[in-house]
Design a protein around this ligand. Structure first.
Ligand code: HAM
Length: 424
């Protein structure tokens, strides 16, 4: 008989309880931050029309060109497993007429995303993001506040050694002139570019600036810089964002090559990186302004700005920097020996549940020592021992692990007695 061995698909993984506690922790912290800053949670479907991402993220980007999981439904629709969250949120804003709500509309999400990328450390094909989108405000203060939220969030997670890089990509007024200038600069140096950049020069010129190949670095260094081509409005907007960041003393570093891998951005773009001792950089999150996106998707001209962070990458750092403590919140442990006491245990546990007192147990174990060891490991103060004799007499032993004191209680008044002790 052949044995079939099933595994998770490449680049995807199970989240087991040991790992799940990190996801839960991050989601809880995100919710607290979101509540404070007035963001409401949004859940969009995992599948969206393929063309939503083509129109927003851009056909010539790696995400749309190479990394999308798209399927044809029985009704011949082309649906894509969402590779990111901003376009679905923008689609939902339009579809649900959210411009009728008081602006800005602030939304956050904690959800899985899918990109068919080459798996490597910190890069998966299914990964989680936590994201914050602020739709309906064009002021530079919004950009700065999102960066502040990003920074506060990482502080809450106790993630250290991060650096925020920031740039402006201009808008539809000034960016085309810059792109033309860049195009002619790289055209003259085409032969020195790597194969990918030769293609990017024709399809998505800004991405040449993002190339990591050694061959392209010297040419990139001397390339025209976007900040020299910004129109007055974009220049002022960017200056103001930086002034706000200075005001709140949030350190940042200007990076004129920061272009992001998604086409919907206008003006401010930023990324946050974790750095290690060898100065390797890992992108934890990124975002920026996307003032044209809602309009591009068929909605009104509504400005917006957002950010999202990769949850697996945050977890990786949290594990390295500060293991979150295993918390046991059960104040009582029930140990049992013998058939009769085992039978009575289920009823006792139910009584505790009804009174909302958490009780830990190890019902599958028969040995008292093994059960006491477990209680000790969980650091539980009150241990109840129900032996055969006690079960017959309708009694139970209570051992206070802190004082070492042991006493016999009537089973009928057990909950009352425990409550008394827990109040102390
Ligand atoms: P992004 O830079 O493509 O932006 O992704 C944000 C973060 O998601 C990355 O910095 C990284 O931490 C994480 N991430 C991306 N791909 C993977 C992967 N394959 N495996 C693990 N983690 C990954 C966006 O998605 C934009 N929607 C951000 C945004 C929100 N812009 C405006 N609002």
């Amino acid at each position: 008989m052949s044995r079939i061995k099933f595994q998770t698909p490449t680049g995807m993984h199970d989240i087991l309880p040991e790992e799940e506690k990190y996801y839960y922790f991050i989601a809880e912290k995100a919710k607290k931050i979101a509540d404070f800053y007035g963001f409401g949670k949004i859940e969009t479907p995992i599948l969206e029309e393929q063309s939503l991402f083509e129109k927003s993220v851009g056909k010539e980007t790696d995400i749309v060109g190479k990394e999308m999981y798209t399927l044809k439904t029985k009704g011949n629709d082309l649906l894509t497993l969402r590779p990111e969250g901003t376009a679905p949120v923008a689609r939902s804003y339009i579809e649900n007429g959210m411009y009728n709500l008081p602006q800005p509309v602030k939304l956050w999400y904690f959800a899985p995303f899918f990109r068919y990328e080459r798996p490597q450390a910190g890069r998966y094909r299914q990964f989680w993001q936590v994201g914050f989108e602020n739709i309906g405000e064009e002021g530079s203060i919004i950009d700065a506040q999102l960066i502040q939220i990003l920074s506060n969030f990482l502080e809450e997670l106790k993630i250290k050694n991060t650096i925020i890089e920031i740039n402006s990509l201009g808008d539809k007024e000034c960016r085309p002139t810059y792109k033309k200038k860049l195009s002619s600069y790289f055209k003259k140096r085409e032969n020195s570019l790597c194969t990918d950049c030769k293609k990017r020069r024709k399809t998505n010129i800004l991405r040449v600036l993002d190339c990591k190949q050694d061959k392209c670095q010297p040419i990139k260094t001397n390339a025209p810089q976007i900040l020299d081509f910004l129109c007055v409005k974009c220049k002022n907007h960017f200056r103001e964002v930086l002034e706000y960041l200075d005001e709140i003393e949030l350190p940042y570093s200007l990076n004129s090559s920061l272009v992001r891998g998604l086409d919907y951005y206008t003006r401010t773009v930023f990324e946050i990186f974790a750095t290690d001792k060898e100065s390797n950089k890992l992108a934890l999150g990124g975002g920026g302004r996307y003032d044209d996106l809602i309009n591009m998707l068929g909605g009104r001209e509504i400005p917006a700005c957002g950010v999202s962070l990769g949850v697996e990458r945050l977890i990786e750092l949290m594990k390295k920097q500060n293991e979150i403590e295993e918390k046991n919140d059960a104040p009582v442990f029930l140990a049992q020996t013998g058939n009769l006491s085992k039978r009575k245990s289920l009823k006792i546990i139910e009584e505790f549940r009804k009174k909302r007192i958490k009780v830990a147990e190890s019902l599958g174990r028969d040995s008292l020592r093994a059960q006491l060891n477990r209680a000790d490991k969980l650091n539980i103060r009150y241990v109840l021992i129900l032996g055969q004799k006690e079960a017959l007499d309708n009694k139970i032993i209570l051992r206070d692990m802190e004082t070492g004191k042991q006493e016999e209680l009537e089973l009928d008044s057990l909950i009352k007695e425990i409550k008394k002790r827990l109040k102390k």
